[in-house]
Design a protein around this ligand. Structure first.
Ligand code: UD1
Ligand code: CA
Length: 452
C-alpha cells in the first residue's frame, strides 16, 4: 500500500516571483505537475498535495487531474511541519508514504521504483534518495554509517566547514513507513538556523534509514531560482533530443531546437535549426521541418516539408509543402500534395488534395476542393463585423490574383474567377466570373488634359 505526498506549500522566495514556485512552467507543464507525473507509474493508492502559499491557485492548476487530496499547511514552518499536516488525513493508514519536494521535476520513474524496491526489500523505516554532487552548495548533507545506513542529515546552512566537505546530498525524496513516521513527527523541534521543523531530522529518530544514490544526479536537481529553472530546461531538452536522435530523427544544430516531451516523432524526420515543437504534435516519417518553424498541437503526415512557418492546432496530409512563411491555425486541414505559402494564413479551413494556395492569401472558415488553384492575393472576406461566414470553392476552380470572396459564398467546381474580382454571390460550376469595372482606354488623354 502506497500513498504519495508532495510538498508544495512554500512560496519559493528565491524565485523572486508572485507566482508560487511550484507553478513555474518547465517545458509546458508546472514543476508540481511534473513531480506528480514522475509518480504515475507506481500507482499510488492516494495522492496528497500539501498546499499553503496561494493554495487556491496551486489547487486550480491541477483541476484537470482526478483523485488528488489537498491538505492545507496554513503557516509554512518547514518541511517537517508540512508532513505533520498529514497526520489527521492518514490516521490508520498502514502503508508506505512516498514524500517528494514539489520542486524536483526531472525525476525518472525508474529512480522512484528503485527507491521503493530498496525500501520494501529491506523493510526500512525510511529510505531516501541521495547523490554525490560536484557542487553540493545549498543541499542538506547525508551522513552515513558504512555505505548507506543514514545517521543524520544536516542542512548546508547548519553544517560546519568540515561537514560541508561531504558531497553526498539529500535529494528531498523519501519513502517512509507511515506508522513509524507518524509516531516520530510530533517529536520534531525547530532548533536550527531557520527555526523550522525539518523533515530531515526524523532520520536520526528512525531505524533503519537507508540512502540510495541516484546514478544521474541531474535528475534530482531541485529548482530554487530562475537560474536552476533554466538549467533544468536544458537538462530536459537534452534528454528529449538525445532520445529522438537515438530513435532515428536527425536534428541539425540541436542546441537551437526545442522539443516538448509531449511531441511524437517518427524515424527519418529531419529537423532544421531554430525549430520548436510543442504540445500534442505528431510528425511522421520523411518530414523535413524547418529552419525556423513553430509547430504546436498539430499532426503532420509523411514526407511533408515545412519551412519558416507557424502551425498550431492543425493537420497536414502527406507530401505537402508548407512555407516559407505560412501560418496555419484553428483546425486548418491541408490535403495531400498541396502547396501553401509564401505569406499565407489559413484558419479553420479544409483544403483538398493537390490544391495550391501559394502566395499572399488569407483563407478563413473555408472549404476548398481538390486541385483548386488559389491565385496570389486571394482573400476570403469571412467576417462582417459581427459573425464569421463560410466560403466554399469546388474542385478544379481557379481564383485570379487579388480576388476577394465575400462570405457566405459558394463557388462551384471548375470555376474561373477573373483577377481583381470581388465576388459577393454564388457562382455555378464551369462558369467564368468577372466582378470588376471593365477596362476603359481614353486615348490621348494626357495631351487633351494639358490643352485645357
Ligand atoms: C530541502 C531539504 C534538503 C534537501 C533539499 C533538496 C529540508 C529541511 N531540507 O531543502 O535537505 O537537500 O530539499 O532539494 O527538508 N515546503 C512546504 N512547506 C514548508 C516548507 C517547504 O510545503 O513549510 C515545500 C516547498 O514548497 C518545496 C519543498 O517543500 O517544494 C522543499 O522546500 P525548500 O525550501 O525548497 O527546501 P530546501 O531548502 O531546498
Ligand atoms: Ca528546494
Amino acid at each position: 500500500m502506497l500513498a504519495i505526498a508532495i510538498l508544495a506549500a512554500g512560496r519559493g522566495t528565491r524565485m523572486k516571483s508572485s507566482l508560487p514556485k511550484v507553478l513555474h512552467a518547465l517545458g509546458g507543464r508546472s514543476l508540481l505537475e511534473r513531480t506528480l507525473e514522475s509518480c504515475d507509474l507506481v500507482n499510488p493508492l492516494r495522492r496528497l498535495i500539501i498546499v499553503g502559499y496561494q493554495a487556491p491557485l496551486v489547487q486550480n492548476s491541477l483541476d484537470h487531474l482526478a483523485d488528488l487530496e489537498f491538505v492545507e499547511q496554513k503557516e509554512q514552518l518547514g518541511t517537517g511541519h508540512a508532513v505533520m499536516q498529514l497526520l489527521p488525513h492518514l490516521e490508520g493508514f498502514e502503508g508506505d508514504l512516498l514524500v517528494l519536494n514539489g520542486d524536483v521535476p526531472l525525476l525518472r520513474t525508474e529512480t522512484i521504483k528503485n527507491l521503493l524496491h530498496t525500501h520494501q526489500s529491506n523493510q526500512n523505516a525510511a529510505t531516501l534518495l541521495s547523490a554525490q554532487l560536484p557542487d553540493p552548495t545549498g543541499y542538506g548533507r547525508v551522513f552515513c554509517a558504512g555505505n548507506n545506513i543514514v545517521t543524520e542529515i544536516i542542512e548546508h546552512r547548519d553544517c560546519t566547514t568540515a561537514q560541508r566537505q561531504n558531497h553526498r546530498i539529500n535529494a528531498g525524496i523519501y519513502c517512509f513507513n507511515w506508522p513509524k513516521l507518524a509516531q516520530t513527527l510530533p517529536q520534531l523541534k525547530a532548533n536550527n538556523d531557520q527555526n523550522e521543523y525539518y523533515l530531515t531530522d526524523v532520520v536520526s529518530m528512525l531505524e533503519p534509514v537507508m540512502a540510495v544514490d541516484v546514478l544521474d544526479y541531474l535528475e534530482i536537481s531541485g529548482i530554487n531560482d530562475r537560474l536552476q529553472l533554466s538549467n533544468a530546461y536544458d537538462i530536459l531538452q537534452n534528454r528529449i533530443k538525445e532520445n529522438w536522435m537515438k530513435a532515428g530523427v536527425t536534428l541539425i544544430n540541436p542546441d537551437s531546437i526545442t522539443i516538448e516531451d509531449t511531441v511524437q516523432l517518427e524515424p527519418d524526420v529531419v529537423i532544421e535549426p531554430q525549430t520548436h515543437l510543442r504540445g500534442q504534435t505528431l510528425i511522421k516519417s520523411g518530414c523535413h521541418i524547418g529552419p525556423d518553424s513553430l509547430i504546436e498541437n498539430s499532426h503532420i503526415e509523411e514526407n511533408v516539408s515545412i519551412r519558416y512557418s507557424v502551425i498550431s492546432d492543425s493537420y497536414v496530409c502527406s507530401n505537402s509543402k508548407i512555407g516559407p512563411y505560412a501560418h496555419l491555425r484553428g483546425q486548418a486541414k491541408i490535403g495531400h500534395a498541396c502547396r501553401v505559402g509564401n505569406f499565407v494564413e489559413i484558419k479553420k479551413s479544409t483544403i483538398g488534395d493537390k490544391t495550391n494556395v501559394a502566395h499572399l492569401s488569407y483563407i478563413g472558415d473555408a472549404e476548398l476542393g481538390n486541385q483548386v488553384n488559389v491565385g496570389a492575393g486571394t482573400i476570403t472576406a469571412n467576417y462582417d463585423g459581427v459573425a464569421k461566414h463560410k466560403t466554399i470553392i469546388g474542385a478544379g476552380s481557379k481564383t485570379g490574383a487579388n480576388s476577394v470572396l465575400v462570405a457566405p459564398i459558394t463557388i462551384g467546381e471548375n470555376v474561373t474567377v477573373a483577377a481583381g474580382s470581388t465576388i459577393t454571390s454564388n457562382v455555378p460550376d464551369d462558369a467564368l466570373v468577372i466582378a470588376r469595372e471593365r477596362q476603359r482606354i481614353i486615348a490621348d488623354w494626357s495631351s487633351k488634359k494639358n490643352s485645357t
